[in-house]
Design a protein around this ligand. Sequence first.
Ligand code: DX5
Ligand code: ZN
Length: 229
Amino acid sequence: MTFDRSIKIAPSILAADFANFGAECAAVEAQGADWVHVDVMDGHFVPNITFGPATCAAIRPHIKGVMDVHLMIAPVDPYIDAFAQAGADVITAHVEAGPHIHRTLQAIRGAGAKAGVALNPGTPAEAVAHLLDLTDLICVMTVNPGFGGQKFIDMSDKIRTLRAMIGDRPVHIEIDGGVDAKTAPLVAQAGADVLVAGSAVFRGGSVANPAPYGENIRAIRQAADGTYV
Ligand code: DX5
Ligand code: ZN
């Protein structure tokens, strides 16, 4: 993985056909996705359950590019090696998921993956002030995690604060939740470079009819690029 601040669109397979993940990942990549975002939920940290490391390992061969694994689980540390062995390029843990996020980020890098840290909407930017040199990605949640298709919560001030805190460090700012062609310009302007989108990418298309995925990805990218400063 090379670092740059260009806009990257990361479809979330939470909005894909769960019986057909391999083909869905290949379809969104063929239609222009930069990364594939994989949402892991445990029914404890968040009120919904998706899947675990075995499913990530099964999906991995169907993704050519970056596999971006978002862990909405607590505890995190006992499962880091399993997700790294499943082939995750990025493993993101929530700052709210336990008392030792510093140790968690060290462990993710130690397992050979890029280390991401996610912030719920109620958590301030300052929560990562002492983690900036330990992290490769900060995920700003623009919904309360647990479900796709929720309404975007404007976190532009937090994104701007984080962008200033990051300075020249090679740290991505990722936005997750309610991103579409309308909200993408707000977050891109504030300094985000990785835009996760579930419903806004998968709506209207399917593995049998993937062209809408491409149209949706292009619409988000063009909206974001148009105002990127
Ligand atoms: C929310 C997940 C998101 C979600 C995004 O808990 O982390 O990745 O799937 O879905 P949309 O784009 O539909 O809000
Ligand atoms: Zn996510």
